[in-house]
Design a binder for this molecule. Structure first.
Ligand SMILES: *Cc1c(COP(=O)(O)O)cnc(C)c1O
Length: 437
């Protein structure tokens, strides 16, 4: 419908914006929020194609090929805006950028399509996405189940902030379905797990966890940062909500900080309202960078899968390496892995350098190609040690209990030629002196 010469968005063709539309089951809750200028592709389109085309804003005035950067904090009010206020439909109409912006809608539609979800919201960081989702989808007095080795920021949120917000949290081993089931209580509302854990690459059995969540009538929220929808789509395996640190693979170039929440529209509407109050919306310029990065997601991640796999196989043969954590070099922990649920295992490989933390520090200083830096998922390889970065707040005893042994190094493979990476790793390992300790 046309209003003031502008096309009102969020309403189907020919529908009027009466207040009943929100509850009208015939309303298509599928795409959203998007405008008629955003490209909405069928969800069964292949990943590579979705990565390039889904969500793009096809500008009707200029015909430009990519989404313009809608660098504005606010939008002119018109009848559609006032109707949206009256109907509580502010998520579907451009009013104010913290509420929504066509640059956000473009990248949101792309991410929703890639994860096979109906709706998405981009946020200012991965932690903003996680915090908004958990707060929005639980009530005071409820109970949450998660893993003791989730991402450090998530663990701190669950451990420090949830109890004072009236949510009790039980932490379990994410690979132990019986322990997860045993932790369920009548007031359990949410289960939070990761598709592959940091830094030891444990692989929680998501289908089984989704069944536990369904039996408990609780929501399963999954952090898919480490695998990306190129390697696994948790919603297809039974998850209700997917969150990401888009700072990692989705952005893919170590040049932005962002997060995303994906799921059914009715859940996302709640998360949106919560995120509005927390204020974690994503800047239009960062939306542009994220959308551009996503166009090559499938190419990048497939190369990173391959590089990490070859690096893991090389490391497993080197005498200065005590242990390698990667599904392709096995170990007992991957015995029951549902390999059919994975298209790849991502670009991270962790390994223990013989000689402990001192040797690991020396090894990292000998590497020429990767940067020594935290984070992962960029086109450039990064290397760091959990013991003096992400897991430095734990005692050595606590680290040992979750399997972070002295000398553990986390390598995030970029898209460099794998021969160059392996040669660099070999030189750095060969150059270590023979002393242990
Ligand atoms: C980095 C990371 C986060 C936090 O994301 P930010 O963008 O840094 O806020 C959450 N979960 C996982 C698995 C991560 O790797």
């Amino acid at each position: 419908m046309e209003l003031n010469g502008r096309t009102a968005v969020g309403f189907e063709e020919g529908r009027t914006s009466d207040a009943s539309w929100f509850d009208d089951l015939t309303r298509i809750r599928f795409a959203g929020p998007v405008s008629p200028a955003h490209r909405v592709l069928p969800r069964d389109t292949n990943t590579e194609t979705l990565a390039v085309h889904a969500g793009t804003y096809a500008d009707p005035v200029t015909g430009c090929v990519g989404t313009p950067i809608f660098q504005t904090s606010t939008f002119q009010l018109d009848d559609a805006s006032y109707d949206a206020f009256a109907d509580g439909a502010m998520r579907d109409v451009p009013i104010y950028t913290r509420y929504g912006n066509p640059s956000q809608w473009a990248v949101q539609e792309k991410l929703a399509a890639l994860e096979g979800g109906r709706s998405a919201m981009v946020t200012s960081s991965g932690m903003s996405a996680t915090a908004s989702a958990i707060y929005a989808l639980t009530n005071s007095g409820s109970h949450i189940i998660s893993a003791y080795d989730v991402y450090g920021g998530t663990y701190n949120l669950l451990r420090e902030d949830m109890p004072s917000a009236g949510r009790e949290v039980t932490f379990v081993d994410p690979t132990d379905v019986d322990a997860i089931r045993a932790a369920v209580r009548p007031e359990t509302q949410l289960l939070f797990f990761e598709t592959l854990t940091n830094p030891l690459l444990k692989a929680p059995p998501l289908r089984a966890i989704a069944e536990v969540a369904a039996e408990a009538n609780a929501l399963l929220v999954v952090d898919n940062t480490f695998l990306t929808p190129v390697n696994m789509r948790p919603i297809a395996l039974g998850a209700d909500i997917v969150v990401h640190s888009a700072t990692k693979y989705l952005g893919g170039h170590s040049d932005l900080t962002a997060g995303v929440i994906i799921g059914r529209r009715k859940f996302l509407d709640r998360v949106w309202a919560q995120a509005l109050r927390f204020g974690g919306s994503l800047e239009p310029l960062t939306c542009f960078l994220l959308e551009r990065g996503l166009k090559t997601l499938a190419l990048r991640v497939r190369q990173q899968n391959e590089n990490a796999s070859q690096i893991a196989r090389f490391l497993a043969t080197h005498e200065r390496v005590v242990a390698v954590h990667h599904p392709d070099v096995g170990g007992a922990q991957y015995a029951g892995l549902a390999r059919e649920d994975y298209l790849g295992y991502g670009g991270v490989v962790s390994f223990e350098v013989r000689g402990g933390d001192r040797a690991a520090v020396e090894f990292m200083s000998r590497l020429r190609l990767p940067h020594v830096a935290t984070s992962l998922g960029g086109v450039e390889s990064l290397v760091s040690m959990p013991s003096n970065t992400s897991h430095s707040s734990l005692t050595s005893g606590q680290r040992a209990r979750i399997g972070i042994n002295p000398g553990l190094v986390r390598f995030s493979a970029g898209i460099e030629h794998v021969n160059d990476l392996v040669a660099d790793l070999r030189d750095a390992l060969d150059g270590l002196d023979g002393r242990d300790g």
